[in-house]
Design a protein around this ligand. Structure first.
Ligand code: NMX
Ligand code: MLT
Length: 435
């Protein structure tokens, strides 16, 4: 059965569960809200639903119930590779089922029919100043494609039907995930390779094709597959996923919604932290290690200098996690296998030995351990993708998978427009006085 048909069956089977919960158990309490949460970024308030992934503070992410090692182990691999194709992961995220090789091949074939980016998208990106941030370019590219939205066309046609509208979200979502690596490669070549563009290779899977389009060799194909899968989803409360969900809840189409999500991902406390990590590490090398090897003492001093100047240590801390991010560990294992002697990897490993102690002594952060961004740039750097302002674009390509799978299900289950209630400071003061 084709992916869309499988999905139709799954959504039809699932919908009564959501309807029943809302109708019969709608008043059951699952949380309470404190003043601290209200002022402090709604931290930990349970008010979003997703079945695509779940983040446990101690264990880290599970995609469709599977840990990262379980996900990598269970999905069909790219030919000759240790890693699954992104296409097989997409099938898994959408349906919760491990696909057969034939099902993966069908997604591969489907993406080939979708991945041609309309030329006006490239023309639009080209009009931007060349020193625009690559995330601005990506966001503009996705917004430009809105013209082609099948969801928007359905809405405008007057034939919008709540029960079947998800089908056009699936169409837009699939177009976005198939095209976003092509747009990302275009931006890379435009900005850093003198506009030397490389054509799509229709014989390759998404990760391999991306590698080829940015001029990378065989080894990078697995880097791309691993990277896009690891960055795909982190349940629904993170800024990029939540923004995408929020914007689409107003029935804005997936292009508008994901462009908004990308704009959130571009923030230094979110996806851009991977750029900041490289920036911090290279500046550290330049300042302290011109004529000497890095030491734990030097790193400790540099970390304190950063903290004392009021800045955060990029790549450390997390709003939910309270242990080392398993996405960090997964990438670290890749480094230990493929680039154990890389000087930058060794430096980042030394920071890993020192930073949690420094942050604990500093005493502010609830989680002194590294997150995904502390390790990802090192791998890119090792393979020659040294333009670190581009790293968040790579994150954005991966995050599209999670956001688009979620939007398809959001519409399938008919989630409402999101509209939490705000209160005023005098109201908070009154409640505070009442205890
Ligand atoms: N370095 C210094 N201070 C920190 C750090 C850090 N890495 N992490 C948290 N703090 C501070 C934080 O700024 C806050 O200070 P204040 O009370 O003065 O406002 C205090 O510790 C308590 O913050 P937490 O409750 O531990 O963290 P919160 O949930 O508010 O924020 C992050 C989570 C991820 C925004 C925060 O840890 C951070 O800024 N980390 C560095 C940036 C980063 O790596 N972001 C990437 C996250 C992953 N991603 O890809 O999105
Ligand atoms: C993410 O992958 O979105 C980040 O780790 C941030 C988060 O989960 O809040």
């Amino acid at each position: 059965m084709a992916l869309k048909e499988t999905l139709r069956q799954k959504i039809d089977e699932f919908r009564p569960r959501t309807t029943r919960l809302a109708k019969e158990f709608g008043k059951v309490k699952i949380d309470e809200v404190t003043i601290e949460q209200c002022i402090g970024g709604a931290r930990d308030i349970r008010c979003l639903v997703t079945d695509i992934s779940y983040l446990d503070p101690q264990e880290g992410i599970r995609f469709r119930g599977k840990t990262i090692p379980e996900t990598f182990a269970s999905l069909p691999k790219a030919p000759g590779s240790d890693y699954p194709t992104v296409e097989s992961f997409w099938y898994f995220l959408l349906t919760g089922e491990v696909p057969s090789q034939a099902q993966v091949d069908a997604v591969l074939a489907e993406w080939k029919t979708r991945q041609e980016v309309p030329p006006y998208v490239f023309d639009t990106i080209r009009t931007l100043p060349r020193d625009s941030h690559p995330m601005a370019m990506l966001s503009v590219g996705i917004t430009a494609m809105q013209r082609d939205s099948k969801f928007a066309a359905l809405y405008n046609s007057g034939a919008f039907n709540k029960l079947t509208a998800w089908e056009t979200v699936y169409e837009d979502a699939s177009d976005i995930v198939a095209r976003i690596p092509v747009i990302a490669a275009f931006i890379y070549n435009l900005k850093y390779q003198g506009d030397r563009q490389v054509a799509i290779d229709p014989t390759l899977d998404m990760g391999a094709n991306f590698a080829q389009m940015i001029g990378q060799g065989e080894a990078y194909k697995d880097v791309a597959r691993m990277y896009f899968i690891l960055h795909s989803d982190h349940e629904s409360g993170n800024v990029s996923a939540h923004t995408t969900h929020l914007v689409h809840s107003a029935l804005s189409d997936p292009y508008y919604a994901y462009a908004a999500g990308l704009n959130g991902l571009a923030g230094p406390l979110h996806g851009r932290a991977n750029q900041e990590v490289l920036d911090w590490t290279i500046k550290f090398q330049e300042k302290y290690c011109k004529d000497r090897e890095p030491t734990k003492e030097l790193i400790t001093k540099a970390l304190w200098d950063t903290l004392n100047s009021g800045q955060v240590i990029p790549g450390y801390g997390h709003a939910v996690l309270r242990k080392t991010d398993p996405r960090y560990i997964s990438q670290r294992e890749f480094c230990l296998k493929h680039l154990p002697e890389d000087p930058l990897f060794k430096l980042v490993s030394m920071i890993f030995e020192v930073a949690p102690g420094v942050l604990t002594e500093h005493g502010k952060t609830k989680n002194p351990w590294p997150n995904v961004d502390a390790q990802s740039g090192v791998i890119q750097w090792h393979y020659g993708v040294k333009e670190w302002d581009y790293y968040t674009v790579l994150f954005g390509v991966g995050r599209a998978l999670g956001c688009m799978a979620n939007l398809t299900w959001d519409r399938g289950l008919g989630y409402a427009i999101e509209r939490p209630k705000s209160v005023t400071t005098p109201m908070l003061e009154e409640w505070a006085a009442q205890g």
